[in-house]
Structures are given as C-alpha cells and as structure tokens.
Design a protein around this ligand. Structure first.
Ligand code: NG1
Ligand code: ZN
Length: 544
C-alpha cells in the first residue's frame, strides 16, 4: 500500500515546520481563496452528506478535506471521504465523510461540516480552532484519509479539492480513485481494524467475497447444472466497472449479464435502482424477457432492487423489504438448525410496505422496528441485536452481526460435533463473510441474494410470492420551505404545521388498508409523500 503526499503536502513540510503542532492558517487561507465559496450559497450536511449541483461544490470538498483531517486526528483513526451523489442526476455531486468503523459521520461532526461549509473565508480559521477546542483534537496526532469517487464527470476534480484540504493541514492520504461507496466504507474499516479484516485493497475485497460465495453455494451448484443467469442494470455508474472486476473471481455457474454499463447512457438517467423503485417499471437499456431475474444498482452501487416481468407482461418489483424478508428468513432457518438462541430483528423505515411488516411479524415471527429515514438510523438500531437485518425499501441495506454472535458462530463452525449443526454454522459463517457490514452494498447484497436463491432452489417468482405488496405511490413536491414540516414517531406523523396531520388522517380514513405520511427530504429540496392502499388507483389518489 502506497501513501501519497501531494505537492501541497511537500510544500507545507518545507514552508511550515510547525504544521504538526499548530495549524498553518496562512496556507489554509491561501488555498481557501483557490476554492472559493459562491456567495449566498447555504448547504446542509444531510442524510447522505452534501449534495447539490457539482459546480457549487468545490469549496465544500476542500473544506471537507480540512475537516476529515481534524476528525482523523481526534479519533486517531483513518477517515474516509467519498465523492458521490448516489442516485442523483449526473450534473449533481456530493460528499460524505466516513467514520472509523466504516459508519456514517457522528451527528456532532455533521454540524461542524455544515458550519464550515457555510462559513465565509475569514471565518474558517475560527471554526477550525473551535472544533479543535471542543473536540480536544491533538494537532500532534497524525492524520490519514482515504478518498474514493464515483464516475461522474465532475468527481475527479472535486476529489482533487478534497486532497488539497487534506494536504494543507498536513494530512496523509490514499486515493482509491474510482470505487463504489460501500467499497470505500469497507476500506476505512479495514484500515482501522487490521486484525479482523483482510488487506485494505479492492482486490482483497473481491477475494473475500468470492471465497465466501463459493463456500456458501457449494451444495447449491452441481456439475452439469445449467447456469443461473442474472441481468444487472448498472445505472451507467461505477457498479458496472466494479461488478466486472468482481465477476472474474466468481464461479461460472452464476452468469451475470451487465446492462447500462456507462458506455452509452447517462448516469441514473431512466435507469438504476431509484428509477425502477420510484417509477415501478423496468429501466431502459435492458430487454426483460418473461420471468427473467433482473436487478438494478444505483449510481454509486450501495442500493439494489430486483424485478421481473411475469408471463402476462406485468412488472414485479422486489425491493429492500423483499430482500430483508428473504435474508431474514434464511438466517432464521439456519439459526434454528444450529440450535442457537441469538436475537434477530429487522429494522425498517416508514417507507416499508405494510405487507412486509405484517409478514415478518405475523408469519415469520421476526420482530420489526421502525426508525427514521437515513441509513445511520437503521444501522444504529440494528446494532442492538445479535443479528440486525436492515433495509430501506429503496434497496439500501445490510446485516449486522454482533461480535459475540460472530465468535459463537465461528466457534460452532469449527468445534460442533453434530454434523448438521456444524454445517449450518458454517453456512452462517460464510454469510457473515459475504456481507459488507459497514453499509449497504449492491455487489455484496447481490451475492447474498443469489446464494440464498440458489440454495433454496427459488425462482424469482417463488421469492416474490412470499407476500404481496400493498399498492403504493411515492411523490415529491417542491414547496417554498420544506423545513416547516416537522415529524414524530419515526416520521409517521406530522407535528407541524398544525392541522396537517388531521387532514392526512381524514383522507386516509376514506380508503381500505391505507396509510400515508409526508416528510421533508434530507437530500433534495422537496417534501416526500407516501401512500399505500388496497388498490393502485386508491394509493395514487390518496398520494395526490
Ligand atoms: P431523503 O431524501 O431524506 O428521503 C433519500 C432516501 C433515503 C436515503 C437517502 C440517502 C427515500 C424515500 N429516501 O433520503 O432512504 O437512502 O436518500 O441516499 O428513498
Ligand atoms: Zn447510493
């Protein structure tokens, strides 16, 4: 692993010997001018960092480079900076910081990020000093930052601005270049927990996942079997590059055909997981034959949804809720074979289809918890259990295994005398290794799902038939100020402005099996509306 020092870092070490002891404010100021803030622009570090038009982000990137150095010094750990705007249109971009174990940035630091981003140039120094003081940042401490970016045309230049920010404060860095968001999260975790994880390289990531997949599916594929083919819509994004690299390590029984690989279409345009989920139809650029299993990644490959067309040509979506159901059912079956009483729960948001919640609770007898939108909320809740399965309906999710659960499972996989129990424990062990526990990961999730389907001998139709989704509709509405809406109860009820919740309740009452809520988006300047009801027509009318 090489550690790169930019020209700027070299410049600093020559010009300011004291850089590691105190901040070189002259250099910070000099480079702040080169990464000037457009006047009058205010941004907020939202559910997934900063996101806006790429042309307005240069100063944000530079400043996030600065902040990442302070966070690294404070945590005495490697910190990640990912340049991406996920499923947003190609003209947008964004940035988020990744904390030491690969998790989202701590809330208090989100506030510093917002403050630093909106500061005028002459205020930067004071804000940096304040953060150092409040968080007891030791400037003597070394800082190490890992950086990744998606395939947007603007990403390369923006990640260079991050590097400028890192270097001006004397931080060291490694630029992973083009990686999926979950790969960068995984790398951060590797750097900070070297004893548990493999080497912090993308190649080691492929090897770890491939080994677990091969071991897990050993019994599922027998020689002479026909291929299990899967069509993947890569949203014209980074997923295409990285899935191709992954594929070289996978057994030939799994035949992956990639579409929207970025050579023709525009990123996230009429394709990708968000398009498929929101419009409830197949993406462009892929021919879907009846009953063929297909899936869509989003632009930075941290989300995945499956879909197919039935023989009558009807479109079926298998979203994050269906994925959570498939995975938790599989895990529950293995746990009962192993004979262990580990706690397991599924964590969802208000967007989870009512049918999925009911199926999990009533049929599968798996406890379900509802939290606020945003991966960090799901992740946090899932950590409360031995096994926490979390998925947003949009296809972002993963499974967390507690340290104690992992130890127990690994021990049983080795020492258990009963053959059947030991085999089940081994399968659990391989599932643990196949899952990227830092964050939702389209490539890792794809492999988990494909392994489970192969092991269960399930077609996409079998999987879909586990329960039937209630018809639903999602809308987004531009309002003057979305912040006037305040919610409670995991965003399922409005508490401000007064009277709005009563109106929603009045409308919901008119339909059967209905539910509806509104909340301000954390990533776009819109208010989101969600409705479900007994028929698509009713869900649509209610939403409108
Ligand atoms: P907002 O814009 O706050 O609704 C969206 C998604 C979240 C999450 C974030 C980050 C929906 C309804 N919302 O948040 O689930 O994925 O983006 O990407 O899908
Ligand atoms: Zn994404």
């Amino acid at each position: 692993m090489h550690i790169y020092y930019s020209d700027l870092a070299a410049f600093n070490s020559i010009c300011t010997v004291s850089i590691f002891v105190e901040m070189d404010f002259d250099a910070v100021a000099k480079y702040s001018v080169l990464h000037a803030k457009p006047s009058g622009l205010t941004l907020q570090y939202g559910t997934a960092g900063f996101r806006t038009k790429a042309e307005n982000l240069d100063h944000v990137m530079y400043r996030m480079g600065l902040l990442a150095v302070l966070r690294s010094k404070q945590t005495k750990s490697t910190i990640g900076v990912m340049v991406t705007a996920s499923h947003n249109p190609e003209e947008d971009n964004g940035v988020k910081l990744v904390d030491p174990l690969g998790e989202m940035l701590a809330p208090s630091w989100e506030e510093y990020a917002t403050c630093l981003t909106n500061a005028e140039e002459q205020e930067i120094q004071t804000i940096l000093s304040d953060v150092c003081q409040k968080e007891a940042v030791s400037l003597h401490q070394d800082a190490f930052i890992v950086i990744g970016r998606d395939t947007r045309p603007s990403s390369k230049k923006l990640s260079q601005a991050v590097i400028d920010g890192v270097s001006v404060l004397g931080g060291q860095y490694h630029d992973y270049g083009l990686v999926t968001t979950p790969q960068l999260h995984y790398m951060v975790c590797c750097w900070n927990t070297q004893e548990h994880y493999e080497k912090a390289t993308v190649e080691a990531y492929y090897q770890k996942l491939a080994k677990a997949f091969v071991e897990l599916t050993k019994q599922a594929f027998s020689p002479g079997d026909s291929h299990r083919s899967l069509k993947v819509d890569c949203a014209n994004g980074i997923g295409a590059l990285k899935l191709q690299e992954m594929e070289c390590h996978l057994p030939r029984e799994l035949l992956i055909q990639m579409y929207n690989n970025g050579t023709k279409g525009k990123l996230n345009h009429l394709c990708g997981a968000d398009f498929v989920k929101v419009h409830q139809k197949p993406p462009q650029g892929i021919e879907v034959k009846p009953n063929e299993r297909c899936c869509s990644f989003d632009g930075d490959a941290d989300r995945i949804v499956y879909f197919y067309n039935d023989a009558a040509g009807h479109f079926h979506l298998l979203d994050g809720d269906k994925i959570a159901t498939l995975i938790s059912t599989f895990l529950k079956e293995l746990l009962s074979k192993v004979g262990q009483t580990l706690t397991m729960a599924v964590v969802q948001t208000a967007y989870a289809n009512g049918s999925s919640t009911r199926y999990l609770e009533e049929t599968m007898k798996v406890p379900v918890h509802c939290v606020k939108t945003g991966v960090k909320h799901l992740h946090q809740k899932a950590q409360e259990f031995d096994i926490g399965v979390y998925f947003e309906a949009n296809g972002h999710g993963t499974v967390l295994f507690s340290k104690a659960a992992v130890e127990k499972i690994r021990h049983l996989a080795k020492e258990e005398k009963d053959n059947q129990k030991r085999e089940a424990a081994k399968m659990l062990e391989n599932t643990i290794d196949l899952i990227n526990q830092t964050v939702g990961d389209a490539i890792s999730d794809l492999l988990v799902i494909e392994a489970i389907l192969a092991l269960k001998g399930f077609t996409v139709h079998h999987w879909d038939a586990m329960y039937t989704d209630l018809p639903n509709r999602q809308l987004k509405i531009k309002v003057a100020d979305r912040r006037v809406i305040d919610t409670a109860d995991a965003e399922r009820r409005v508490v401000a402005p007064p009277g709005l919740q009563e109106k929603i309740d009045g409308l919901v009452k008119k339909y059967k099996l209905s539910r509806a809520f509104v909340r301000p988006s954390g990533t776009e300047d819109v208010v989101r509306v969600y409705a479900e009801a007994d028929t698509q027509e009713n869900a649509d009318t209610l939403a409108h």
